[in-house]
Design a protein around this ligand. Structure first.
Ligand code: ADP
Ligand code: MG
Length: 629
């Protein structure tokens, strides 16, 4: 029910309750059952949805939920007047139901606010697109736009779909996607992503992906689905409710029947104890937890999205908060992955030809090395034929260029094909080339560390990460230098993707129980490791579908410094969820004890229950806010 409808329901039933009360005052000679009938009107108005839910619960065999508890407690209050010695409690029964509904109303409002806040944070859903069609520009729904259509994006507008600029230049604000407000300049030929805001120039773009496949739609879907992967605290709550509620119902039955039986005067004492048992039932509603804990996680996921970190489920938040070891991939993760070709060392062919062959073999690869070699060569389409491309992860690539088999990769790749490679002592990454199994020379390429990498490692240490490790397929020399520059605790070099998995497994065994291992990669050929780690973080995911799919946590930009922030947000969220669990349980147990000995009247029980719910819900909404810095 929408909060507005709930409010109307509460107001109407309050009116009916007052009317019923006045009628009863005016007609003191009414029989008990006649008065019951009069109070049934406001009772049903106030609680029809609760009664219906309780009925549905029973028909599905899920007896012990909060609706059931409220129904039993209020029905008991309506009927207690018919028990010998019992005092009629008709208005109280209606009042309890009403108050429960007020609690539900608050809960609905708080949840709505959180959802709205999160969707505002993620203000990336485009509402319209300006479609060019027959010389005219029409405003249409982005879902109607097809791949290949031309769109116009005016200054100040959101880029509605993913595509390529065909005319114009501008700078784009990517803050909604990455949390960073550094504008990105784009010109004709550049790829632009949905969710960015066009700041100054007019752009014409060709659409490359349907709306459902666009970056904005994917991110929104991820955030919306995040709630379905439950955290341990959430699982604990549902398990807890399943065990706890039947115990409470049983305890209530014991409170109602046992003391009067023992006292010897069952009829004389039953009404008093029945009332206590009913009060007991009301307090026992676990709704404060059932509602507030998932709400806390929802807010935490929203706060992380705000800084460009997508956490795919609250379970990963749990694991992040317990991080002990953080393992990094090197290329593209700690280094920029943008290699510069420094020197060419050809053997028996021309230097130009060496680069030419390498660039062609790498034509279809997405590996950062491939991208760099292609860029260094420049003109890609010179009519050469490239066939039978085979990428060997952690080694290199083999392909037939104009009919000749060319291998491009590291030393291991050369050993595989029996080419006699030369040792080279220059620093940096070395890419060897072999033609038809014969060594043709090597290419020196150099990568640079990301500007925030060293600070990212330092800040992880500062939040208590015990160990930082770098795994790479690159040479020992390169790895040693990067590890020393950045202050990593450990590094392993010359690894294949499968070795990276076994290294991660070893590190998982070494870490203390109850903590978790985080692996950070760029999603290119490290999907198996991302999957094996307790939490797999892919970075630079803006525009890379593979990374978005493989990882548990996605960093939209490629800043390793976001990891420490994600850990801090997770810890805060878990702390708030725990506070709620402890607070709710302590207050409830206190009221339960008071109720059992008759010191808590029924209204106090309801008040306590709703109060705890409210405090917990408000506490949960704190997870939404995260101070940058
Ligand atoms: P990292 O662990 O640093 O991310 P990879 O596992 O992706 O590195 O690659 C390890 C090594 O394998 C690289 O340093 C390079 O020598 C070689 N290699 C991998 N892919 C390619 C490629 N497409 N072209 C040339 N060499 C490659
Ligand atoms: Mg890599």
């Amino acid at each position: 029910m929408e909060p507005k409808q709930k409010l109307i329901q509460i107001v109407v039933s309050t009116g009916l309750l007052i009317a019923a009360y006045l009628i009863n005052r005016a007609l003191p000679s009414l029989e008990m059952w006649q008065r019951l009938l009069i109070y049934l009107v406001p009772y049903i108005a106030a609680g029809f949805d609760v009664l219906r839910e309780a009925g549905e619960g029973i028909s599905h065999g899920e007896v012990f939920d909060e609706s059931f508890l409220m129904t039993v407690a209020t029905a008991g209050a309506l009927l207690i007047g018919f028990v010998p010695g019992g005092e009629a409690m008709f208005p109280e029964a209606v009042f309890v139901m009403l108050f429960f509904q007020v609690g539900e109303l608050f809960e609905g409002i708080a949840e709505g606010n959180s959802r709205r806040a999160v969707s505002q944070l993620l203000d990336i859903r485009p509402d319209t697109a300006n479609l060019e069609c027959g010389g005219e520009v029409k405003t249409v729904n982005p879902e109607e736009v097809k791949v290949g259509d031309i769109l116009v994006v005016k200054p100040g507008e959101k880029v509605p779909m993913d595509g390529i600029v065909v005319e114009g230049s501008s700078s784009l604000d990517t803050v909604a996607l990455t949390g960073e407000s550094l504008p990105r300049d784009v010109r004709t030929g550049d790829v632009i992503l949905s969710g960015c805001v066009n700041q100054n120039g007019l752009l014409r773009m060709k659409v490359e992906k349907e709306f459902g496949e666009s970056t904005a739609a994917k991110i929104l879907k991820l955030v919306e689905n995040a709630g379905s992967r439950k955290s341990r605290s959430e699982k604990f709550i549902s398990k807890f409710a399943r065990v706890y509620t039947p115990i409470v119902v049983l305890a209530a039955a014991v409170v109602a029947f046992l003391p009067p039986l023992i006292s010897g005067d069952f009829v004389g004492n039953f009404a008093t104890w029945l009332l206590r048992a009913l009060t007991f039932l009301i307090v026992s509603c676990p709704c404060a937890l059932v509602v507030s804990v998932p709400l806390a996680f929802f807010g935490g996921i929203g706060a992380a999205s705000k800084i460009g970190v997508l956490i795919k489920g609250s379970g990963y938040m749990d694991a992040l908060s317990r991080a002990d070891t953080v393992v990094f991939d090197k290329t593209g993760t700690l280094t920029k992955g943008v290699f510069e070709v420094t020197t060419l060392h050809p053997e028996c062919i021309e230097a130009k030809e060496l680069l030419h062959l390498a660039a062609h073999v790498e034509r279809y690869s997405t590996h950062p090395i491939a991208v760099s070699l292609r860029q260094a060569f420049g003109k890609e389409n010179d009519g050469c034929e490239v066939e039978n491309v085979e990428e060997i992860a952690g080694r290199g690539i083999r392909a037939a260029v104009n009919g000749k088999t060319v291998c491009v990769g590291n030393q291991k790749m050369m050993e595989d094909v029996g080419a006699k490679w030369k040792i080279c002592n220059e620093p940096g990454t070395i890419i060897h080339v072999a033609i038809e199994g014969k060594y043709a020379g090597h290419i020196h390429i150099n990568d640079v560390e990301k500007p925030d990498a060293a600070q990212a490692i330092a800040s992880l240490k500062a939040v208590g990460i015990r160990k930082t490790v770098m795994l790479t397929g690159d040479r020992e020399k390169v790895a040693e230098k990067v590890a020393a520059d950045l202050g990593l605790d450990e590094y392993r070099a010359e690894l294949f993707p499968a070795d990276k998995v076994s290294e991660v497994e070893r590190l998982i065994d070494e870490k203390p129980d109850g903590t978790s291992l985080v692996f950070v990669g760029d999603g290119i050929n490290d999907a198996p490791v991302l999957a094996r780690a307790d939490v797999g973080i892919a970075m630079g995911a803006l525009g890379s579908d593979a990374a978005i799919e493989a990882a548990d946590v996605v960093l939209m930009d490629d800043k390793p410094s976001k990891i420490e922030k994600a850990i801090r947000i997770s810890r805060k969220t878990i702390r708030i969820a725990r506070q709620n669990i402890v607070l709710a349980i302590v207050i409830k147990i206190a009221i339960l004890l008071l109720a059992a000995v008759g010191l808590a009247p029924m209204w106090l029980a309801v008040f306590g229950d709703t109060g705890v719910l409210l405090i917990c819900v408000l506490n949960s909404t704190r997870t939404l806010s995260y101070k940058k810095g």
